[in-house]
Design a protein around this ligand. Structure first.
Ligand SMILES: Cc1ncc(COP(=O)(O)O)c(C=O)c1O
Length: 540
């Protein structure tokens, strides 16, 4: 396995030959960090599909780059001709590639698509216009595009066991947010009422988020939105409270589904509440569609009228969207997608989705989905065993909400330290948070690293890294607090106005305190040695 030492060398060489004209170049070099001395098994090669290696062979044999340059190239996701034609951009892409390989990707909405999926994204299909539906296009030359879109639709219905007599599917939405807005456009009139899980409770922006000051999501601009919430004590959806709100508000559309909810949904209860107020029930299964396909999360299809999904999270496909709906809603939904909201479908995405749906129907994917959940539970145990607190006490899916408030920290501060140590997470609201701007938690998910082959023991190592990062944040917070007190004692006017350590003061400690810098550097070195030992699907 090639190490990232060569990546750093190659990037330095590329920059030197171009006289490093921009800051982006130097930051690209900084991002291409050297692989530290391995303290973990050097190469795990656990979960690389055989298709990956055959794709790698094809792409390397078609390489047009000179042998010297090829030898200098880092492990790369960019084709050799791009390195030659656009070295400026290609250095940046390679730096991102290095970041993904050498870091621990714990963003719960991300995954690593296969080489097959990625090869289709760069295929000739990106060239073709095909506005309209299968068999009813506005341009000629769509006979093969029709076949591809039909194949994708058949696979989508098949994957979730849906009868085409009862359900239809639209695979043209460019992504999850446009898919949701297409459903609203199809089924609601302006100012009709919708009800979804509140953003600070784990819901998604497109489910109607607004604040007292601002209608943040377009959904709340064009429709009237009242959210339901999780209990601040248990972190679980309060279905009784939801029912009370629904009876008062009488939504036309009730939405289940979330971006940050670690537990199963009670779809039967949601159906019963929707029926009691005459609402349509939509389930946005964006986060869990791969788990549903793998049979390790409850399927919403027995209860919902409409189901939307992204395709790039646990489903591990390209960045795209799907809308499933009962036949009676399908015509309105198709026409909302095109011509109301979108133009030409992204055929390369639709074909890549067809590949991902085929992959998701395999026994290997079922095993993958189970491992994602097992790994999330192992990560949860690893964190709680080390004294950390999780919202709802744990997880039943691929994500965890780590409550860092008991350590006297905010999610932003922990996210910052982990980022510097090559562990990628995101700050997130935690049930009971008073400020959505300064959330008290961190969201972590296991879908992406499970794709790279990490198992339950590996996730205990990841839990240790997370815990160590958090302890560095605790120390940095205490240093920042001492600095603040010292400034106050000197009568510093700015300091006297501050009641707590602000993020910028905390970051200043991360940048300047030598002990903290050394601890982060040590953690990053260990993280990168560990992460770079696992394979990465999808590479050229
Ligand atoms: C539940 C849910 N729905 C919709 C979306 C929107 O998807 P996209 O970012 O592809 O527009 C997301 C994205 O994270 C999501 O979590």
């Amino acid at each position: 396995m090639r190490t990232h030492l060569s990546a750093a060398a190659a990037l330095t060489a590329a920059c030197a030959s171009l006289a490093c004209p921009s800051d982006a170049f130097s930051s690209a070099v900084v991002a291409a960090r050297q692989t530290p001395q391995a303290q973990y098994p050097a190469s795990r090669h656990k979960m690389v599909a055989s298709a990956e290696s055959s794709h790698a062979e094809t792409s390397s044999s078609s390489s047009a780059i000179s042998s010297d340059a090829a030898a200098a190239r880092p492990p790369s996701s960019t084709p050799s001709f791009l390195h030659e034609f656009d070295p400026e951009l290609s250095v940046m892409i390679d730096a991102e590639d290095g970041r993904q390989r050498n870091g621990l990707e714990l963003i719960a909405s991300e995954n690593f698509a296969s080489a097959a999926v990625r090869s289709v994204l760069g295929s000739c299909l990106t060239n073709k216009y095909s506005e309209g539906q299968v068999g009813r296009r506005y341009y000629g030359g769509n006979e093969y595009i029709d076949q591809i879109e039909s194949l994708c639709m058949d696979r989508a219905l098949g994957l979730y066991g849906l009868s085409p007599d009862e359900w239809g599917v639209n695979v043209q939405p460019y992504s999850g947010s446009p898919a949701n807005f297409a459903v609203y456009t199809a089924l609601l009139s302006p100012h009709d009422r919708i009800m979804g899980l509140d953003l600070p409770s784990g819901g998604h922006l497109t489910h109607g988020f607004q604040t007292a000051k601002r209608k943040v999501s377009a959904t709340s601009v064009y429709f009237e939105s009242m959210p339901y919430v999780v209990s601040s004590e248990t972190g679980l959806i309060d279905y009784d409270d939801l029912e009370r709100r629904a009876r008062m508000f009488l939504p036309k559309l009730l939405i289940a589904g979330a971006s940050a909810y670690p537990r199963e949904w009670d779809y039967a209860r949601m159906r019963q509440i929707a029926d009691s107020v005459g609402a349509i029930l939509m389930v946005d299964m964006a986060h869990i569609s791969g788990l549903v396909a793998g049979g390790v999360a409850d399927s919403p299809f027995a209860y919902a009228d409409v189901v939307t999904s992204t395709t790039h999270k646990t489903l591990r496909g390209p960045r795209s969207g799907m809308i499933f709906a009962k036949r009676e809603y399908m015509e309105a939904i198709d026409s909302a997608v095109f011509p109301s909201l979108q133009g030409g479908p992204h055929n390369h995405q639709i074909a890549a989705l067809a590949v991902a749906l085929k992959e998701a129907a395999t026994p290997e994917f079922k095993a993958y989905a189970q491992t994602v959940v097992d790994n999330a539970q192992a990560l949860g145990r690893g964190l709680t065993d080390r004294g950390n607190v999780l919202a709802t006490g744990g997880t039943e899916n691929h994500l965890l909400l780590w409550d860092v408030r008991p350590w006297g920290l905010t999610g932003s501060k922990v996210e910052k330290v982990l980022d510097l140590a090559s562990v990628t997470t995101n700050k997130n609201s935690i049930p009971g948070d008073t400020s959505a701007i300064n959330p008290g938690g961190v969201r972590v998910g296991t879908a992406a690293l499970t794709t790279r082959g990490l198992n339950e023991q590996d996730f205990d190592v990841v839990a240790d890294f997370l815990h160590r990062g958090c302890q560095i944040a605790v120390q940095a917070q205490s240093i920042a607090m001492q600095n603040l007190e010292a400034k106050k004692a000197q009568g510093d006017e700015d300091a006297l106005k501050k009641k707590k350590v602000l993020l910028k003061d905390f970051v200043a400690v991360l940048q300047n305190d030598s002990e903290i810098l050394a601890k982060i550097e040590k953690l990053r070195t260990e993280v990168e040695a560990f992460a770079s030992g696992f394979d990465m699907p999808g590479s050229c």
